[in-house]
Design a protein around this ligand. Structure first.
Ligand code: ADE
Ligand code: ZN
Length: 325
């Protein structure tokens, strides 16, 4: 049985990371951008490890040069999401790639993305919202203009602020200024933590940045007392099992802690992260979790309710999503 048509809520996906390789190749051809090293012989994205993945990701992103390119990508993402039963998604948008952190340029990109999302919602029924994201390995000084972009465009569509990138660089607290600015603008907060580093990062994310959701967070399992803190405080984990296995955080799905975290009362949700990079889809994630952990439709309904309740959208949108689950 496949879970393709089951309604799903996806909270953790990177906008550029959702671009199919064919989409990137087409744009590269149109713009005469040389993307040698980005693709393997079979046409999929080629990378050796996490740090190399980040550099291939950034190389592929070079072909996204205008607001219209992002509008096209947004339409492709919504079609892809609809094919896998997703009814609500939040994607990470990086003003670093959309206008280089300039607020005026970012507004133009956002306008195009939003128009494409509204049109896509009418066509596919998928509701999309954006989380502005700074990039950890670009450093705290570059995060400040990104937080300003987020603060200036906070509202009913840009609903959150977050951080992705190389967790092995610097510390969460270095980005406190940017997260404070976003919080003061009314944005909800999430950060990647506990994907590559251990529980200490997860603790820092909660204590130093005050986030209510954590991207990945899975290595918190190495400190059961902290697992209990997450459960008590209702901190939500945006778990991306296929990403973790592809990038080698865990050798295979049966070694993944998602089941243990859930059993211990942590609010877990399921996402794809960068689906074509990791040869995954929401359907594949669900099918694999069902096969390895025996989860059924009721389990997935529970998880999707958790995700809908943790979504950063307004209450009217949340009510519409919950009704469709
Ligand atoms: N950016 C895109 N995918 C990412 C991941 N899995 N971890 C950190 N940063 C990312
Ligand atoms: Zn991610």
């Amino acid at each position: 049985m496949s879970f393709r048509s089951l309604p799903k809520v996806e909270l953790h996906m990177h906008h550029e990371g959702a671009a199919p390789p064919e989409f990137i190749r087409r744009l590269a051809q149109e713009k005469s951008v040389n993307l040698s090293g980005v693709f393997s012989e079979d046409g999929s994205y080629a990378y050796r490890d996490f740090v190399h993945f980040l550099s291939v990701y950034e190389a592929a992103t070079q072909v996204l040069q205008t607001p219209e390119d992002y509008a096209r990508l947004t339409r492709a993402i919504l079609e892809q999401s609809a094919e896998h039963g997703v009814i609500y998604a939040e994607t990470f948008l990086s003003p670093d790639f959309c206008g280089g952190g300039d607020v005026g340029a970012w507004r133009e990109y956002l306008h195009a993305i939003r128009e494409a999302a509204d049109e896509g919602e009418r066509d596919t029924g998928v509701v999309l919202r954006g989380i502005v994201t700074c990039i950890r390995h670009f450093g705290p000084d570059r995060a400040k203009p990104i937080a300003l972009c987020a603060a200036e465009t906070a509202g009913d569509w840009i609903v959150g602020f977050g951080m992705g990138g190389d967790e092995n660089k610097g510390k969460q607290a270095d980005f406190g200024y940017s997260f404070d600015m976003a919080r003061e603008a009314g944005l909800r907060l999430t950060t990647h933590a506990g994907e590559w580093r251990g529980p200490r990062e997860v603790r820092d994310a909660i204590e130093d940045l005050g986030v209510e959701r954590i991207g990945h967070g899975v290595r918190v399992i190495e400190d059961l007392a902290l697992v209990d803190v997450l459960a008590e405080r209702g901190i939500v984990l945006e778990v991306c099992p296929g990403s973790n296995v592809r990038l080698g955080v865990y050798p295979h799905l049966s070694a993944h802690p998602i089941e243990k975290l859930r059993e211990r009362g942590v609010k877990v949700t399921i996402s794809t992260d960068d689906p074509p990079f990791f040869h995954t889809t929401m359907t594949r994630e669900y099918d694999n979790l069902a096969r390895v952990f025996g989860w059924n439709e009721d389990d997935f309904l529970d998880l999707n309710r958790v995700a809908a309740n943790a979504a950063f959208c307004d209450e009217a949108t949340r009510a519409r999503i919950l009704e469709r689950l």
